[in-house]
Design a protein around this ligand. Structure first.
Ligand code: TRP
Ligand code: ZN
Length: 476
């Protein structure tokens, strides 16, 4: 079995666009010019980035956001967005100034607490100067009002992410850096927060975000949807997808509240796959431990040209009807990527390698190819194949994070681990990883240590070979 067609298509597209990618060094230079590239430069000024070498301006330093309260109104005809964001945050240092990430859109006001704050725009940074400096550990609220026509951001690999207009609304998927195209954010997965969304759209359209639907009401030709996600969520996993959708709601035997929104043009193709969602989640819960959230579902949009799906927390967003392995993949991300988050984009194999390996296991346990057979077919590829272009533990730059070596060789690394420790210990490792880092973060080094602890084996050589050695590894 080769990797599934949907993301395969996205990867093929990124491969074609690889050469015209934006130079990855440019943002580093910008960060340096801003004079706030890291903790060393901090002083009483919040850093312009979270310190990620692949996306230096993603996220910000000097504070954590505990909650986002987003009020949005989207006019699907004019594509105009009105927004108000209230961020509840805590300073991690004294702050005379701090940044939010926001790209495009016009800011009409910023307050910190009840007091108007100074602000200026600097590329994707919204630089806020509160009237009074914030003390270390001070809790504060920032309110930003803004409006405009949101545009997606072009990633280093040439793909679009963020607020992507469609013919009946917008496909909203922010990985890795698109949250800033529709709300002011501390936009790096290091910072996780709960969310409230209040989204008003023309009557007849549906706005779907993460978590539980708290209510909806229609007045004067507009419908307002209120969504709440209580579990900590990285900004890139937030969605507010708008369209003409058929909605289906039910509660699974495990008590998970399912809300599916399907573009009628994708309804026929997606119905048999969506029907499997409860059994896929139940199967994954057996393998990985309890499903990490209260809500689940799918947003199946008709968004030709996007070329990928995203594991938006609780409710993945698909650009068209998914096949079963894509559903399995995005569902597995709820454990690996959403509940357990990255601290650095370099560790992306912890998301994509795991979600891909979930597809292999699903196939193996449902009458399809064994994971060994999938591994063997990939391993048979010659040394010059793109699969071996770079090691998954060190993709080198942001333009490679969604490329084949991350997905396929990342999954191969897990298969090698499984063979080395045996099935029982392997499943214990996956379980322990999801449990111990639930609603938090995990790094590659932590995963290696956990695998060694659970198995009692020295696994440095195995992980070194499969995650970090350039070129095709020697067969184990
Ligand atoms: N994380 C997504 C998945 O594997 C894929 C994805 C998100 C992606 N953003 C992207 C792929 C941008 C290519 C380009 O399900
Ligand atoms: Zn994925």
């Amino acid at each position: 079995m080769t990797p599934p067609p949907r993301r395969q298509a996205a990867r093929r597209r990124t491969a074609v666009l690889r050469r015209e990618a934006v130079l990855a060094t440019v943002p580093v230079a910008v960060a340096a010019l801003l004079g706030a590239a890291g903790p060393a430069a901090a002083g009483t000024t919040g850093a312009a980035g979270a310190g990620d070498p692949y996306f230096p301006l993603s996220g910000n330093g000097g504070y954590h956001v505990s909650h986002y309260d987003l009020t949005l109104r989207y006019d699907t005809a004019s594509r105009h967005l009105d927004g108000k964001a209230v961020l509840s945050a805590r300073a991690t240092q004294r702050l005379t100034r701090f940044d939010l990430d926001l790209k495009g859109l016009k800011v009409t006001g910023v307050t910190v607490g009840r007091t108007a704050a100074g602000y200026r725009r600097h590329g994707q940074e919204l630089v806020v100067t509160p009237r009074h400096a914030l003390r270390k550990d001070q809790e504060f609220r920032v309110t930003v009002t803004y409006h405009g026509t949101p545009k997606p951001v072009t990633d280093p690999d040439g793909s679009a992410d963020g607020w992507i207009p469609t013919d009946d609304g917008a496909f909203v998927a922010g990985e890795p850096q698109g949250a800033m195209t529709w709300f002011p954010a501390n936009g790096h997965p290091k910072d996780k927060s709960s969310y409230d969304f209040t989204i008003t759209v023309p009557e007849g359209r549906t706005a779907v975000a993460n978590g539980i639907l708290r209510g909806q009401h229609t007045a004067h030709g507009r419908t307002t949807f209120r969504w709440h996600e209580a579990a900590p969520m990285a900004a890139y996993l937030a969605t507010a997808t708008v369209g003409t959708f058929k909605v289906e709601r039910y509660t699974t035997p495990d008590g998970i509240q399912v809300y599916n929104a399907v573009d009628p043009r994708e309804a026929h193709a997606s119905a048999p796959v969506l029907k499997q969602l409860p059994s896929v989640l139940a199967w994954e819960s057996k393998l990985f431990g309890p499903y990490p959230f209260r809500a689940a579902g799918a947003i199946v949009d008709h968004a030709p040209g996007v070329g990928y799906a995203l594991e938006t927390q609780t409710r993945p967003v698909y650009d068209s009807a998914p096949d079963l392995s894509t559903l399995v993949h995005e569902s597995a991300h709820q454990w690996f990527g959403d509940s357990v988050s990255l601290t650095s984009w370099k560790d992306i194999w912890l998301n994509e390698g795991f979600a891909t390996y979930a597809e292999w296991l699903y196939s193996e346990q449902h009458g399809g190819d064994s994971a060994q057979k999938t591994f063997d077919a990939l391993y048979a590829r010659p040394a010059g194949d793109h699969l071996w272009a770079f090691p998954p533990g060190d993709p080198g730059s942001g333009k490679n994070i969604f490329d084949t070596p991350v997905y396929a060789r990342g999954a191969m690394a897990l298969h090698e681990l499984r063979k080395a420790v045996g099935d029982t210990d392997f499943l214990r490792i996956l379980h322990a990883w999801a449990a111990e880092h639930r609603a938090g973060h995990g790094t590659t080094a932590q995963f290696v240590r956990l695998a060694e602890r659970e198995s009692g084996k020295d696994l440095d050589g195995l992980f070194h070979t499969w995650l970090y050695v350039k070129g095709k590894p020697k067969s184990a």
